[in-house]
Ligand binder design. Structure first.
Ligand SMILES: [Zn+2]
Length: 332
């Protein structure tokens, strides 16, 4: 959480990328895990915030010629409706990225749908020997949309958000340029349908620095029972993983089913969300895995709604069949 100030003149660069991927089973002369996707298209729309709304200032659209995954993976082909010929007509990644940086400027906040795009951009920069620092804050618009559309905690596609606001569908989805435009229009709609001060507050508390590690994990040792497994990881969440200061609990740890949730506070780094999960080994031993991360809008919602459930139903949680995937949606 950075609590970035948003004032008249603040610039936002809404961006989206498409990437090609390796063919399963094919041999490559490099480590595929270091390049899980090679960027083939970058699309972006620049906005300036002015007096409660977003003013469109420019657009960016470039195809990139891949050098590692040159043939379109069938899945990418199907989703993006691109052809191998399209790929050949793209420009080198380095050139496109430099143009994109010039387009974005130095002070803008990057905005995307989901948080996979900045991670993929950084991976490509690193793989191709360029500086992986983006040097800009990043805002994931997806949880902001969920919050303001009354669907907190749910992961919605760009298309369902476009439908929600009745935005005309003049283009296909899953082209970087079209998706950046759609995401920009959703961003505009969020401002025009809500109090700008509330939108700004949500945005400020949700933008993150993509260049620093914002999530930390810990796996406890095997223990004879659940209680000792939870105790095993409790020291991990007692100190800030960045500065080592003691964390104070804003919402003290509480257990629902196999997970413990809490909201902590570091005087230097702000609020941090934590979730600890209990796991079982085949031999009956228990262990716990913990994550601690800068709390985002989604995390506040998650911990608040779980606390509500806990206060009402206790450790066993609501007596309905709850899908296990419910929580994992916020992990992406
Ligand atoms: Zn700290």
């Amino acid at each position: 959480m950075l609590s970035r100030k948003i004032t008249d003149g603040t610039e936002f660069v809404v961006f989206d990328m498409e990437w090609n991927q390796a063919f399963p089973g094919k041999k490559y002369d490099f480590e595929v895990s270091e390049l899980t996707g090679e960027i083939i298209e970058v699309g972006a729309v620049k906005y300036i915030y002015d007096n409660g709304s977003l003013v469109r200032k420019g657009t960016f659209s470039e195809d990139v010629r891949p050098v590692k995954y040159r043939k379109l993976h069938y899945h990418v082909k199907k989703v993006t409706q691109k052809t191998n010929k399209d790929l050949e007509q793209g420009r080198p990644f380095k050139d496109v990225y430099e143009d994109f940086k010039r387009f974005a400027g130095v002070d803008a906040i990057l905005v995307g749908w989901g948080n996979s795009d900045p991670a993929m951009l950084k991976m490509n920069l690193k793989f191709f020997g360029m500086d992986p620092k983006l040097g800009m804050e990043f805002l994931d618009l997806q949880p902001i949309f969920s919050l303001f559309s009354g669907q907190s905690g749910q992961q919605k596609s760009v298309e369902s958000a476009v439908d929600f606001y009745n935005i005309p569908k003049n283009d296909i989805f899953h082209s970087a340029t079209a998706d950046a435009h759609y995401t920009g229009e959703i961003f505009e709609q969020i401002f025009s349908h809500n109090k700008p001060s509330e939108v700004i507050s949500a945005i400020s508390s949700s933008s993150v620095n993509p260049d620093i590690k914002s999530e930390f994990g810990f796996i406890g040792r095997d223990c004879p029972d659940a209680e000792s497994a939870f105790a095993e990881v409790s020291s991990f969440v007692s100190k800030c993983p960045i500065c080592g200061r003691s964390l104070t609990a804003r919402i003290a740890p509480f257990r629902i089913r196999k997970s413990k949730y809490a909201l902590y506070f570091c005087s230097e780094h702000g609020e941090m969300f934590s979730r600890t999960r209990l796991k079982k080994r085949k031999d009956g031993k228990a262990y716990a895995t913990s994550v601690l991360r800068f709390a985002t809008q989604n995390d506040y919602y998650l911990v608040a709604s779980k606390k509500e459930e806990f206060d009402k139903f206790g450790e066993k949680g609501a007596p309905v069949e709850v899908k296990e995937t419910e929580d994992s949606q916020t992990d992406s």
